[in-house]
Design a protein around this ligand. Sequence first.
Ligand code: IMP
Ligand code: MG
Length: 177
Amino acid sequence: MKTLITETDIRDGVARLADDLAVHYGDQPVTIIGVLTGSVVLLADLIRRLEMPLRIGLVYASSYRGEMTTRGPLTIDSDMLPDIAGRNVILVDDIFDTGHTLAEMLKLLGEHQPKSIRSVVLLRKLGRQEVNIQPDHAAFEIPDEFVVGYGLDYNDAYRNLRFIAVLEPGDLAEDSP
Ligand code: IMP
Ligand code: MG
């Protein structure tokens, strides 16, 4: 496994995201919606750098199945979505890859009459986009390789790495935890 983004660089990237959000929202209250499961590490680090009043909500989205590094059908479960009508919503996900997850999530959230929506991701994968939108904030741009760590998984493994790594062929044999 090859390190792509170190723990220190991630910390700086998350700080930049928080600074950008502070500039944008000032003291206005926000509702932060994390996309499960990959966003949990970013979500936990990001909210501790934000000083405006905030609420957290979670939505489950998945487009991967088992030992695949390609997309399957997108499933979204919004049962845990809090009331966002009239609120400033910040959607947080781990990575913007083809963009379908973010596009669908923004569409779904938009149907609940929020006051505003912005999207935040840690990573934007270059050359993969299949939709017409971009995340409003992305900490890092990465090449088209399958990465794990800091919330991102392969077959549910590696989410707990403190850095972002590129999976190498031997790593793909790892059993699901
Ligand atoms: P998209 O809908 O293609 O933009 O994919 C978004 C979702 O796919 C992310 O929330 C991740 O869960 C997953 N994903 C995309 N690329 C990677 C990767 O390189 N490693 C791990 N998960 C990924
Ligand atoms: Mg995900």
